[in-house]
Design a binder for this molecule. Structure first.
Ligand code: FE2
Length: 377
């Protein structure tokens, strides 16, 4: 069941922006095996493991690793006991994002501002301290089982949070530097509900919207609206399925995740050719669009001034899109776990603030190929 507090349904205005978000503090993924998930992000994606919590640190409940690449901080956690809430979550949903944590100056004020506007509380403002200082957090619910945790670490100097110890690992970075956007899939008919949530409760504004005329192929269709916070650093597109001839990719996700949740994390790089070459060499698998995409690409982007080598773009299967402000390069991984649920996008922007609308058709055809192989089309 989705969390569905009664929300303010007044039309969207530009007034909002009451929540001052500094950054995406971290993304926590609840998994079946934290040690192996850590290895995957470390050796596959080039993240550096920086902190650990588990039996050896006095944590009797779960094992948890914190990894960083550039400004991206990921946490992978798994429970020790089958009766733990985390075990139930994993049984139902498989591996998936549990927390999108937001760095704020004032946790109490952020919690108050959102709960008073209709958010459901997950936990009240609290402080945790150790020899490195004090960290303040509070949490509210968003779509599905997912939480937004507000974090103020200005008085904390430790590796992550109380209960975590520093790890001394080195990693070969693949060049991933920041979270560009995080996309959520919600149920049919619920996109506008969550758009309203991000606007009225979180103070976000709508940047863009895509409907089924933009995003439909023979089979699959979806609707999407992109919500962004006031300073534009946090972008959360929200997808819902739209009617198509057969099962849409969003429905497939919902069937396997069994609740709304995070569909993909878009991670930015300053050198997508180098990053994708490196990730592929380490065994990370990406979707490949039909060759026809590359047959017409030089002509399609002739006036755009793409600096990167088109041969390398084609060889690696990178996609190109552009708008009035510039262009972007992007590529999508296969699902990161057994269930066809979460995946990763790698993105490099050169001016464009879009999301690759010009690639949707080719991309969705490639996705439908994969859905067909899974018997889910
Ligand atoms: Fe994306």
């Amino acid at each position: 069941m989705t969390n569905a507090p009664a929300l303010d349904q007044r039309p969207m205005t530009e007034e909002a922006d009451h929540l001052k978000i500094n950054s995406i503090d971290h993304i926590e993924i609840w998994v079946g095996n934290a040690k192996q998930a850590m290895y995957w992000w470390w050796k596959g994606f080039g993240f550096t493991p920086v902190a650990y919590s588990g039996l050896e640190t006095g944590n009797r409940r779960y094992a948890s690793y914190v990894l960083e690449s550039g400004k991206i901080r990921l946490v992978v956690s798994a429970p020790y006991k089958p009766t733990d809430e985390m075990a139930v979550h994993h049984l139902l949903h498989g591996d998936g994002v549990k927390v999108m944590a937001l760095g704020v100056d004032d946790v109490g004020e952020s919690f108050q501002a959102t709960v008073s506007r209709g958010a459901t509380a997950a936990w009240q403002p609290r402080e945790q301290s150790d020899e490195y200082g004090t960290i303040r957090t509070a949490a509210i619910k968003t779509y599905g089982e997912t939480l937004h945790v507000f974090v103020d670490r200005s008085d904390y100097k430790g590796p992550f949070m109380p209960g975590y110890q520093k790890l001394d690992y080195s990693a070969d970075s693949a060049g991933l530097v920041a979270v560009d956007h995080i996309v959520g899939n919600v149920e049919l008919g619920k996109m506008n509900y969550w758009v309203n949530f991000y606007h009225h409760v979180m103070g976000f504004r709508q940047l863009l919207s895509f409907d089924d005329k933009d995003i439909s192929t023979e089979y699959s269709a979806l609707m999407s609206k992109v919500m962004a916070n006031g300073n534009g650093r946090v972008k959360f597109p929200i997808n819902e399925p739209a009617d198509g001839k057969k099962k849409s990719q969003i429905e497939e996700y919902l069937d396997y995740y069994m609740t709304p949740g995070v569909q993909h994390l878009a991670l930015s790089t300053g050198d997508i050719i180098g990053t994708v070459r490196e990730l592929k060499a380490r065994g990370i698998e990406f979707l490949r669009v039909p060759q026809a995409y590359y047959d017409i690409l030089p002509e399609r982007i002739a006036h755009v001034g793409v600096k990167e080598d088109l041969k390398a773009i084609e060889e690696l299967g990178i996609l190109v899109d552009y708008d009035d402000e510039g262009y972007l390069l992007q590529i999508f991984s296969r699902p990161l776990q057994d269930r066809p649920t979460m995946f990763i996008e790698v993105i490099e922007r050169h001016g464009s603030r879009g999301f690759g609308k010009g690639n949707f058709k080719a991309l969705f055809e490639a996705l439908e190929n994969e859905q067909a192989k899974r018997g889910n089309l």
